[in-house]
Design a binder for this molecule. Structure first.
Ligand SMILES: Cc1cc2nc3c(=O)[nH]c(=O)nc-3n(C[C@H](O)[C@H](O)[C@H](O)COP(=O)(O)OP(=O)(O)OC[C@H]3O[C@@H](n4cnc5c(N)ncnc54)[C@H](O)[C@@H]3O)c2cc1C
Length: 115
């Protein structure tokens, strides 16, 4: 039996979120959020593939738009690596611009599409 407080099932927060499959970069090391997000992400991709759920693995660029933001960028990369998010790579502003021509930044961290 499903009890639903709303007018219909599936119209809660889940129907209005950003629809991003998070990588697990930001969560504190050793936290359940970090562990479950990284593991759950792989499981979700497998589920989507197995059940034909449309999804897109587009990767992610984290950018520093000024030099004084670079230490923060490096700290995020370190936290992500500690959380076992694979493949986080520091790239130059020019490299980021090659990927996204509209982007202006001094440095970036690229999270590739591979899993
Ligand atoms: C703005 C925003 C953006 C987000 N973006 C992302 C994202 O990009 N990627 C991501 O992974 N996560 C994202 N999240 C988080 C994610 O959306 C939630 O963690 C997820 O939707 C929670 O799902 P749920 O099934 O627990 O809750 P819900 O989807 O809210 O479902 C709960 C259901 O229970 C019902 N209910 C509540 N109380 C009762 C009751 N007493 N009796 C009967 N029914 C009840 C509600 O009406 C609702 O239908 C975002 C959240 C927000 C707010």
């Amino acid at each position: 039996m499903v009890l639903e407080a709303g007018e219909a099932i599936g119209i809660g927060t889940s129907s209005r979120n950003c629809e991003v499959i998070h990588a697990g970069i930001y969560y504190p090391r050793g936290s359940l959020k970090a562990e479950l997000c990284v593991r759950g992400r792989h499981m979700l991709y497998d589920f989507c593939q197995a059940h034909g759920v449309p999804h897109r693995q587009c990767g992610k660029l984290l950018v520093a738009t000024a030099r004084n933001q670079i230490p923060q960028l490096v700290a995020i990369q370190q936290k992500g690596t500690e959380n076992r998010v694979e493949g986080l790579t520091r790239i130059s502003g020019a490299q980021a611009k090659e990927m996204e021509p509209q982007l202006e930044c001094v440095e970036a961290v690229w999270l590739p599409v591979n899993r």
